[in-house]
Design a protein around this ligand. Sequence first.
Ligand code: M6R
Length: 307
Amino acid sequence: EQPQAVKDTLAAYVKEGKIDFSEGGLDWKELKEVTRFYFVACGSAYHVSLVAKNVIEDLTEIPVECDVASEFRYRNPKLQEGGMVVVISQSGETADSIAALRLAKEKGLPVLSIVNVLGSTIARESDHVLYTCAGPEISVATTKAYSCQLAAGYIFSLLLAKAKGKISKEETRSLTEELFLLPGKIQQCLSFDQEILPMAKELKDADNIFFLGRGLDWAISMEGALKLKEISYIHCESYSSGELKHGTISLIEKGSPVIGLLSQEELAGKSISNIHEVRSRGAKCFAIRMEDITIEEEDFAHNLIVP
Ligand code: M6R
């Protein structure tokens, strides 16, 4: 269902090629004045916020802070006037996220939520709501809702960049068009069983699996690690490629499985050098990479190319 769910989410906010959030009660002028965003969420939704932070800061230069909702209210957050709190939640009923939303409102900040369930508590109590169109998420392990939250986050970032005058009409149009290619690319990934199966067979008896990534790849790999442990019961953690050497590398031994995410050309060289570090300690490495990122095949036991 992921291709359709993502397509529906994008189509809900892009009308005749133009991004339109008016249904969510999001006023263009209000958005333009926001000086800082505070994203709050749990689990997979928190991982989405880390992607959104990367994209928003990159496109708009507006600072974005991300908090795990269960920590937010206990750290007495300093929320600046002019800021906006963004709560991401599939169910709209997660207790820690609701508490974070209420704290934000107490402190007088407007709250925008990205929610999947219509009329849920978070949706009702927020000033603005961007609904994702994932449909009912029956599985506890979120998949399509996560993808839809990412799609909503990207569209939101584009609108923001446009409101702030950071990207031109043409750039907005071309990036929006690019987003609409996603459902087809997701469909392609869903047909990769033949490529994934041998990799899964090699990983199935592992006690520990490590994900490595930089930038966006790190944010995405956190979700990979969560999903893998949640449904396979194999212990799995994600580390930022450069941070691994500050202690965790001592866990890497002969045969330790390491999955490297390589989707950003400008960071790939650095990430590959971290792969070499773990390889020299005997790790068995797997790559999930974009086609145009060149690797030395012999560095990896398997490498999966995603569109
Ligand atoms: O309903 P929510 O999005 O607020 O739930 C937050 C997390 O509990 C959720 O994303 C969880 O991490 C996923 N179901 C894991 O697959």
